[in-house]
Design a protein around this ligand. Structure first.
Ligand code: AMP
Ligand code: MG
Length: 302
């Protein structure tokens, strides 16, 4: 286990003792944190954010390009220019608060994926715009770390980035219940990633409404409708991005996008209602002693 990108990472390679490959995979995650972090002032991303335009490593330009594609697909529900809003609502420094209308209006002027352009490895942003990979960086790093293990000939592995998982081989992965102890259910997956975007860690309650760290860049306001969204996707980058996207966009708008990426999704509503895409195969858990089947489990509606 290692603490990286603000979370615990765990690599499991059954039958193979902790090896150079596992160390190399952790080193790869650390390298990506140094590239992509918006917490580290010396990262390539922070350099880009400070200057508004820069020639960056191709890998970074490519990732930004794929983020812009998710923005276009979701009509702006997924948008890495959301950074100033995440800060304003206090979700970056974990001191959440409702901002003043004037601060909100000011921040919103700098938000919008059309304010970013990528050409080769050059990135240019309109004044004041800043990027962050909170919604996709761990997923990308999971894919790169698994590639290190695969290149080393490891055929069966599980990498866990604070709950988001990517597996080689077949594994059963638990989905934590967003409202009570224990599991909501589990999924059995092969060579896939399982990511959950949730409201259980970064949230605050104001006037009886639970706001979480997913912000709709089009309104400037945090999302309130879903306690968690779980995605099963062929790769971790897609699982991560689609989890965030599907939380902000909601089931109706997200379904075709999830399908286009050969992924499946489960929404656990703030009202306890469970909705899934038609192909989401899972084993729901029986409610534990703390569970209240009437309000916390909901029902599955395809
Ligand atoms: P995740 O846990 O993968 O859903 O990512 C949540 C994080 O993504 C938040 O803490 C923000 O840093 C960032 N974020 C919030 N809203 C959005 C959005 N609409 N599009 C892209 N990133 C977002
Ligand atoms: Mg995400």
């Amino acid at each position: 286990m290692r603490w990286l990108m603000g979370t615990f990472w765990e690599i499991e390679t059954p039958g193979i003792p902790a090896s150079d490959a596992v160390s190399a995979a952790f080193a790869e995650i650390r390298r990506l944190d140094d590239l992509l972090s918006h917490y580290k002032p010396e990262s390539e991303l922070s350099r880009l954010n400070a200057h508004g335009q820069a020639v960056v490593p191709q890998e970074l330009a490519d990732l930004i390009g794929r983020c812009l594609a998710y923005s276009a697909e979701s009509q702006g529900a997924f948008d890495i220019t959301v950074a100033p809003l995440v800060e304003l609502w206090g979700f970056k420094d974990m001191a959440p608060r409702v901002p003043s209308p004037s601060d909100l209006a000011l921040a919103r002027q700098t938000v919008g994926w059309q304010r970013v352009s990528v050409s080769g490895n050059g990135v240019r942003m309109a004044p004041g715009t800043r990027l962050e990979f909170g919604a996709i960086g761990k997923g990308y790093a999971l894919d790169r770390a698994m590639a290190v293990l695969t290149r080393a000939g490891i055929a069966r592995a599980r990498i866990d980035a604070g709950g988001q998982q990517l597996v080689r081989g077949t594994w059963t992965i638990g989905i934590l219940h967003p409202r009570c102890d224990g599991l909501l259910g589990s999924v059995t997956v092969t060579n896939q990633s399982v990511a959950t975007s949730g409201d259980t860690e970064r949230f605050f309650i104001h006037d009886g409404i639970r706001y979480n760290h997913h912000i709709d860049p089009r309104t400037g306001w945090p999302s309130t409708d879903f306690a968690s969204v779980t995605i099963v996707a062929p790769d971790a980058e897609a699982a991560d991005a689609l989890g965030t996207l599907s939380t902000v966009a909601g089931p109706e708008a997200a379904r075709p996008i999830v399908a286009a990426h050969h992924a499946e999704a489960l929404w656990y509503g703030a009202d306890g209602r469970v909705r899934t895409t038609p192909g989401f195969r899972w084993q729901p858990e029986s409610p534990g002693p703390k569970g209240d089947p009437g309000t916390t489990r909901g029902q599955q509606v395809d």
